[in-house]
Design a protein around this ligand. Structure first.
Ligand code: NAD
Length: 288
């Protein structure tokens, strides 16, 4: 590292709280090294109170760009100069690109999700699926899937502060795309079981299954998953959530969120460097 970082090295980073657990530094720094790019990616612990100042610092220190994660993805939007159509529709940004002081906000979470499916040989075009979670990640997945030709999405959320967000997402999808979206209460297990059975894929985009809800799931039993269902949990730590254990018990094909994390990073990497992330090398580095 002492030889790699020089006075010319360009800086990128993550603006999140917490941020120290993130795989992004390992992923991006490995890719910079592999491609011989004089760039370094670090984590900044930045919460909602500091996000405006952090965006000013991105301009001051001329960072090439940034990732943005919880709790800043929505709040950061108002401090940027321009939002991509997906970031505007989703109402959240996970990637900033600094073009000579003009800050563009993008959202690569949905792209990461769809690319992960493609990488697993799964096509959503013309198909119906069920999604739990109407937060930042769930919204990005639903909107990108609708833009990419999914026929129907049944979205479930508990009756919390994200419910209204789910209502907005369903409205946006129904008004702006050919996809039909509906919102249901995650507490209504009978409807959940029925909707899961009528789709080809079930996706968890809630925080249930990772800390502080590790070991938990809102799926009552393995018989909620028909054998031919494709099950996705976008959580990647732990690598196998309780929900994925149930999917395994039911005999379903399943994946966790590592691929989504890699491909959302790859989309950001391309925007910052103009180059394709060496995906094979990154999978090796991350041990997947
Ligand atoms: P968020 O805070 O925006 O949304 C949280 C969601 O969880 C909401 O839908 C909320 O209603 C739901 N929820 C919270 N407590 C619940 C409970 N007890 N029962 C049922 N639902 C509950 O968070 P987010 O950014 O959307 O992230 C959601 C999850 O997705 C996190 O676990 C995060 O780590 C993961 N994620 C993964 C990737 C990836 O690349 N693999 C990317 C983004 C997020």
């Amino acid at each position: 590292m002492s030889q790699r970082v020089t006075g010319h090295t360009k800086l990128l980073g993550l603006l999140a709280m917490p941020s120290r657990h993130s795989n992004s530094p390992l992923m991006h720094n490995s890719a910079f090294e592999k491609l011989g790019l004089d760039m370094v990616y670090v984590c900044f612990e930045v919460g909602l109170n500091e996000i405006e100042a952090a965006v000013r610092a991105v301009r001051t220190f001329k960072l090439v760009g940034c990732n943005v994660s919880m709790p800043n993805k929505s709040a950061v939007c108002r401090y940027l100069d321009e939002l991509s159509p997906a970031a505007r529709l989703i109402g959240a940004c996970n990637t900033i690109v600094n073009k000579d002081g003009h800050l563009e906000g993008h959202n690569t979470d949905g792209i990461g999700f769809v690319s992960m499916l493609k990488d697993s040989g799964v096509d959503i075009k013309g198909k119906k699926f069920t999604l739990a979670g109407a937060g930042g990640a769930g919204t990005a997945i639903a909107i990108q899937a609708a833009l990419d030709g999914a026929a129907e999405i049944s979205i479930f959320n508990i009756n919390d502060e994200f419910w209204a967000n789910g209502e907005k997402t369903v409205k946006k999808i129904n008004e702006n795309t050919d996809c039909k979206a509906k919102l249901y209460h995650l507490e209504d297990k009978e409807t959940l079981k029925k909707e899961i059975a009528s789709g080809f894929m079930f996706v968890n985009a809630t925080g249930v299954g990772m800390k502080p809800m590790e070991g938990m799931t809102y799926i009552p039993s393995a018989d909620f998953f028909p054998k031919d269902l494709f099950v996705v949990d976008i959580i990647y730590s732990p690598t196998k959530t309780r929900m994925l254990e149930l999917a395994e018990e039911a005999g379903c094909r399943y994946i966790n969120g590592t691929g989504m994390m890699i491909f959302q990073g790859a989309a950001a990497f391309k925007m910052w460097t103009g180059k394709d992330m060496p995906i094979g090398c990154i999978k090796n580095v991350l041990g997947v």
